[in-house]
Each structure stands twice: as C-alpha cells, then as structure tokens.
Unconditional design. Structure first.
Ligand code: AMP
Ligand code: MG
Length: 340
C-alpha cells in the first residue's frame, strides 16, 4: 500500500514537471528591439515557434523598407517608381489599391503623391523652411493624378509627382508581422513600429492596454490609456517632426493636400484603432488633416475607432458607445469628451 502511494506521488511529480516544461515551451516569450523605417521597432511574441517567428518578423520589416517602401533606398520598388519605372509587383499593386481608395474616401485628406511637398518643406531635416506660394502650388497640382493600369500591371505618375509612403509604411509592417505570427501559430504578439502597434492575442482574446502619448510631454509620457480588443493602433501627431520659425510658429509634417501647408484642424494628435495596420496608419494621417467632425464618416467606413487630442487639451473619443473598449485619462491637464 505504502509502495503504491510512493509510485502515485512519483507519477504526479513527473506529470507536473511535464506540464511545467510544456507550458514554458508552448508559451515561450521572446522579444527584440531594432531600427527600421527610421524608427525603433519593438517586438514581443509568445508561442512554440516564437523565436523563429520573431526572426522572420525582423527580416520582413527590414526587407519591406529596403526593397518595397523606402523612397530613399535605391533598391526599393517605390524608389524605382519615383524614378521612372512603370512596371510594378503584385504586392505593390495590392497596397496601392487600398491606398488609392483611402485617398478617395478621405476626400483628398490622404494623398500618397505628397513626396514633392515633403521635400519642399524639408521638415525634420536641416533644410526645413517655409516654401513660397508658387512652389507649394506646383507641388500639389497633380498629386492625386497617379493611376494604376491593372491590365498591364503598371503605374503612371504625372511629371514631378512622386509617392511618399511615410504615412502608412509602419502600419503595413504591422500587417506583415501579424501574418507571420499567426502563420507560426503564435499565441500573443505585440509589434510596435514607431507610431503603429500591432496587438494580437489568439489564445485568450483578452483586452490590451495601450498608452496614448501626451502630445505636450516627452516620448515616454502618456495622457490616457485605452483598453482595446486585438487590432492595430496608430497615432499621428504634430510633435513627431516639426520646426519653428523666428516667431515661434510651429510647422509640422502632416500636410493638408488642398493647401500644401501643415494641416490646421485644431488637433495635436489622432489615434486610430482598427483591424489593419495599413488602414489604421493611413486613417490616423487622414483624420489629423480632416479634424474631428469630418473624420467620422471615414472612421465609420473602415469600422475604426479614434481618440482625438485637441489643441485645447480635450481628449475626444468615439469609444463612448462601445462596451468592450474603454479609455481612462491619466493626466489631469486633459479633459475627456465624446464625439457628438
Ligand atoms: P504619420 O506620422 O503616419 O501621420 O505620417 C506622416 C508622414 O506622411 C509625413 O512625414 C509625410 O511623409 C507623409 N504625409 C504628410 N502629409 C500627408 C498626407 N496628407 N497624406 C499622406 N501622407 C502624408
Ligand atoms: Mg499614418
């Protein structure tokens, strides 16, 4: 009898050890931080194949920048297109098709053909300046008139127009990371590429907490926390890149394509949450240009939620009506309101 008890205890210990080992193997979490797309990328992935998934995510994001999206890297497809190449890959056609639709749905607040304008203002470079009216007018004249010929798989840019995917590349990187993590059956992944963060959680579907940066604070200071279901969260803000003229007037890097000047819609930042990184990133830029009221149909069209932070320190959100998503203000300088 006593012997039987000892055997049972030993079996229990073995089973417990096996469970612990399995858990640590199946729920292994790995993380990494690296530079890509002119920003810091942080990734944390949990699952049996987390390590190989993380390696793949890193390679993919670096490759995406170098080979597809960068307009400064001579090996990238966008660089080639901006310098006269017309044939484009299926991968680029797919991405540009979504973005052309967002240009149209946003009523022209979002515009991929802003490269000339971006270069003219030079915001974030040592050549930042306020261009003269004629230069601005020329830069915006044809910026929407790029077209795709689907039969021949070619793209056509009007003279002088170049594409700038700076408003979406980071969100697109999140989408690629999401596909890799889910194909590797990872249970949980968090991949932050600059202002876009992918939050994926196939195991528990628990909510995630995401801090929203205080537009007037340092990079690590938050003014609110949202709790959200898995998806992608992208923020556009006037604090990211800007310069001030001799009178202290601030010129930031998000342009209103209808004027050619930095958008002036009364906002300091917009955070958009939706299922696709490309879409959340494009919409955060578009909504920054549109301002609160004009953004609402666009957000609804893409089933997205948003948190707007106004210049007078109000945090206005579409979250009010949602049961499973909440927002908490963590800095008392700000007041919370809902969209009307
Ligand atoms: P984001 O920080 O995602 O809002 O992206 C801002 C970047 O997108 C800028 O630095 C420009 O490269 C580009 N950009 C500026 N204005 C626009 C616009 N209206 N539509 C699309 N891209 C823009
Ligand atoms: Mg964006």
């Amino acid at each position: 009898m006593k012997k039987k008890g000892i055997v049972l205890a030993a079996v229990a210990v073995v089973i417990l050890a096996a469970v612990i080992v399995c858990d640590s193997v199946f729920n292994k979490t790995v993380s990494d931080t690296f530079l890509a797309m002119n920003t810091t990328v942080s990734a944390e992935i949990t699952g049996l194949k987390a390590k190989s998934a993380l390696t793949e995510v890193k390679e993919k994001i670096l490759q995406l920048d170098e080979k597809l999206l960068s307009r400064t890297n001579e090996n990238s497809e966008i660089y080639a297109v901006n310098n006269g190449k017309t044939e484009i890959s299926d991968e680029l056609i797919m991405l540009l098709t979504i973005l052309k639709e967002i240009e149209q749905e946003s009523g022209g607040a979002f515009c991929l053909g802003v490269a000339q304008l971006t270069d003219l203002w030079g915001i974030g470079t040592e050549n930042a300046r306020v261009p003269d009216e004629a230069e601005i007018k020329a830069a915006i004249e044809n910026c929407f008139n790029w077209t795709i010929d689907y039969d021949n798989k070619t793209i056509h840019l009007p003279d002088g127009v170049k594409l700038d995917l700076g408003a979406v590349g980071k969100g697109t990187a999140c989408d690629y990371a999401c596909v890799i993590a889910s194909e590797s059956n990872c249970k949980e992944s968090m991949v932050a590429v600059g202002g876009s963060v992918l939050l994926d959680n196939t195991s528990t579907k628990e909510k995630f907490k995401v801090g929203i940066r205080d537009p007037l604070g340092e990079a690590n200071e938050y003014c609110a926390v949202i709790e959200t279901v898995p998806g992608c969260v992208s923020t556009s803000g006037n604090y990211e890149r800007f310069f001030e003229d001799e009178n202290g007037k601030r010129y930031h890097h998000i342009f209103d394509p209808s004027t050619g000047y930095p958008a002036d819609s009364g906002l300091m930042s917009v955070t958009v949450v939706t299922q696709s990184g490309t879409i959340s990133d494009a919409l955060s830029t578009a909504c920054f240009v549109l301002g609160i009221e004009k953004s609402l149909p666009l957000l609804e069209r893409y089933n997205a939620e948003a948190v707007f932070i106004t210049e007078d320190k109000q945090i206005i959100t579409t979250y009010g009506e949602l049961e499973n998503e909440t927002i908490t203000v963590t800095n008392n300088d700000y007041t919370l309101g809902e969209v009307k």
